[in-house]
Design a protein around this ligand. Structure first.
Ligand code: FRU
Length: 501
C-alpha cells in the first residue's frame, strides 16, 4: 500500500515535460543538482573560494575532449551551492604547461602586489605541470594568477613559477592565511614520497620551506590534493580545536582505486603533528567516488567548512558512459569535527539547502507495505529515514528499474555495517566499477539515513554525518521503484524532497 502522502508526488503533465530533456538519450546521465561541465572531461575541483555572494568553482578541464588531457582550469559559480553557471575557461594550458590542481585565496590587502589595486583580489595558486622534454626531466611547480573582483578575468603572474624545486611530483598547493603567524602557508603534495610539504610566505611570491609531514596512514602510489583547515571540536572542551589534513591517494583506497584519508592533529604555524599513530588510516568517505575534496576559501567563520570533491575514481573515470561531458562533482558538504567514542572524527552533511527542492513531504513508512514508491519517481531527490528509539533491526533503501537493475544502501545489523551495493548495475565497461562498499560500525541509537539521488549518483549520509558513501551509478533505465527495507512490523519516519526542477 502506498502511503497517502506519496500520492502527492505523482508528476503532472507539465512537470513530465520538464523532465524529458534530462532523460533524452544524449543527456540521460546529466545530473540536475550536481555540477557537471556542459561538455568534455573534468576531474578535480580546484581554486574554490567565496566572494561577494558567489561561490567560485574551478575544475580540472580538457577543453578539447572527453578524456583527460590539455589540463586547464574550467570555471563555474553559484550563489547557493545548488544552481551552477559555467563560465569560459579561466586558466588555459599554455606553452606546454598544463594547469594542474590548486587552491585560491582572497588577498585583501594586495600583499602580493599583483592585484590591480590595493583593494585586493582573488588569487589562484596552481601547479604548472611540464612533461619530460628532450632538454629536461618532467617537473611540477607552483604558480599564481590574479583575478578581477568578479572573478571573470584571470592574469597569470609574469614572475611565475613562484615555487620551483625542479621536482617531478610536487603538486596541488593549498594556500591559506595563518592569522597567528601573520603569513601565508602553503601545503603541497610530494606525491611519490607520500608526504605533505609546508611552506610560508609574506607575499605569496617568496616561499620558505617549514616542514614535512608523512608518510603516514595509507600511502598508495601517490599523495595528492592536500586540504588543510582548523575547526572547533563538537563535544570537546571549551575552545578546543583541531587541524585536519586531508590527502587524496591515487590508488589503494579500501574499496579499490583512488580515495581519500585524513589526519587530525595540531599545527603551530610550522609543523603538523598527527594526534594518532602513523599506522592509523581515517577514510574521508566510505564509497568509491569521492576524490580531491576541497574547501571553499574566504567563507564566513563558522564551525564547519564547505567542501566538494570530484565524484569519480581514477580506476574507471575514463569509462563512465556519459556524453557530451565526462565527470561531475559531489554534492557540496558541510564538514565539521566531533569528539566520538573512537576519537575526533569528521562529520559530513549535504550543504545544499534542500528547502529549495520542490515539495517536502513526510510520513511513516513500513517495510511490509510493498513498494514505497512505484510511479513518478523524480530524477533527483533526497530521502530521509529514521528508525524509532529502541529499534534493533535493519534499515535500507532499494532502487530498481524495469531492466532488472538494482542498487541497495543501508545498515546491515548482522554484519554491523553500513553498505552500498552497486553490483547489479552494469552499464560501465570496466570490471573495476562493480562493487559493494561497507564500513563497520556498532550503532546503538536510532538509525538515520539520508540519501541523495541525482540521475547518475547516490550519496548516503548516516550516523549523524559520521559515515558518508558516495557512488556513481549509471542505470540503463530510470529508477521506477523504491523499496524501504527493514524488519517486519517496523515503522520508520520518512521525508522526501524532490530536487532540482
Ligand atoms: C588528482 C590529480 C592531481 C593533479 C590533477 C591532474 O586527481 O592527479 O594530483 O593535479 O589530478 O589533472
Amino acid at each position: 500500500m502506498v502511503p497517502a502522502f506519496l500520492l502527492l508526488l505523482t508528476l503532472n503533465a507539465q512537470e513530465a515535460a520538464i523532465v524529458a530533456p534530462a532523460t533524452a538519450a544524449a543527456q540521460r546521465y546529466r545530473p540536475l543538482v550536481h555540477f557537471s561541465p556542459e561538455r568534455n572531461w573534468t576531474n578535480d575541483p580546484c581554486g574554490l573560494y567565496f566572494l561577494d555572494g558567489f561561490y567560485h568553482l574551478f575544475f580540472q578541464y580538457n577543453p578539447h575532449g572527453d578524456q583527460w588531457g590539455h589540463m586547464s582550469w574550467g570555471h563555474a559559480s553559484t550563489p547557493d551551492l545548488f544552481t551552477w553557471k559555467e563560465h569560459p575557461v579561466a586558466l588555459p594550458e599554455e606553452n606546454g604547461v598544463m594547469m594542474f590542481t590548486g587552491s585560491a585565496v582572497v588577498d585583501r590587502n594586495n600583499s602580493s602586489g599583483i592585484c590591480a589595486d590595493d583593494s585586493g583580489c582573488p588569487i589562484l595558486i596552481y601547479t604548472g605541470h611540464e612533461s619530460k622534454s628532450e632538454s629536461r626531466p618532467r617537473r611540477e611547480h607552483q604558480n599564481l594568477a590574479a583575478g578581477d573582483r568578479k572573478g571573470m578575468t584571470w592574469r597569470k603572474y609574469s614572475g611565475n613559477p613562484v615555487l620551483n624545486e625542479e621536482r617531478a611530483e610536487f603538486r596541488d598547493p593549498k594556500v591559506f592565511w595563518h592569522e597567528r603567524t601573520h603569513r601565508w602557508i602553503m601545503v603541497v603534495a610530494l606525491a611519490n614520497e607520500h608526504k605533505a610539504g609546508f611552506y610560508a610566505s609574506r607575499d605569496l611570491k617568496d616561499w620558505k620551506k617549514l616542514s614535512e609531514f608523512g608518510p603516514a596512514g595509507t600511502t598508495g602510489p601517490n599523495w595528492e590534493c592536500p586540504e588543510f583547515f582548523e575547526l572547533p571540536v563538537e563535544g570537546g572542551t571549551k575552545g578546543e580545536t583541531r587541524w585536519v589534513l586531508k590527502i587524496g591517494i591515487g590508488d589503494g583506497h579500501v574499496f579499490g582505486g583512488s580515495g581519500e584519508q585524513y589526519f587530525v592533529g595540531r599545527f603551530d604555524g610550522t609543523s603538523f603533528v598527527n594526534d594518532n599513530p602513523a599506522s592509523t588510516t581515517l577514510w574521508f568517505d566510505h564509497g568509491r567516488d569521492c576524490y580531491c575534496t576541497l574547501a571553499f576559501a574566504n567563507t564566513p567563520k563558522r564551525p564547519y567548512v564547505e567542501m566538494l570533491g570530484w565524484m569519480s575514481n581514477w580506476s574507471y573515470a575514463k569509462d563512465t558512459p556519459t556524453t557530451p561531458f565526462r565527470g561531475q562533482m559531489t554534492i557540496p558538504r558541510r564538514v565539521s569535527l566531533r569528539k566520538t567514542r573512537e576519537g575526533i572524527r569528521i562529520v559530513q552533511r549535504p550543504a545544499v539547502n534542500t528547502a529549495r527542492g520542490r515539495r517536502v513531504v513526510a510520513g511513516t513508512a513500513s517495510p511490509d507495505a510493498g513498494p514505497w514508491m512505484s510511479s513518478g519517481i523524480p530524477p533527483a531527490f533526497q530521502l530521509d529515514i529514521e528508525t524509532p528509539p529502541g529499534y534493533k533491526g535493519e534499515v535500507g533503501v532499494r532502487l530498481s528499474n524495469s531492466a532488472g537493475e538494482w542498487f541497495t544502501v543501508g545498515y546491515d545489523r548482522a554484519k554491523q555495517e553500513w553498505f552500498a551495493d552497486r553490483t547489479a548495475v552494469k552499464n560501465v565497461n570496466n570490471a573495476k566499477f562493480a562493487s559493494r562498499a561497507a564500513v563497520k560500525r556498532v550503532e546503538r541509537g536510532p538509525l538515520r539515513l539520508q540519501i541523495l539521488v541525482d540521475v547518475s549518483s547516490v550519496e548516503m549520509f548516516a550516523s549523524r554525518g559520521e559515515v558518508s558513501m558516495t557512488h556513481l551509478l549509471f542505470p540503463s533505465q530510470p529508477w521506477n521503484r523504491i523499496d524501504i527495507t527493514g524488519d517486519s512490523g517496523a515503522k520508520f519516519e520518512t521525508g522526501f524532497t524532490r530536487l532540482g526542477l
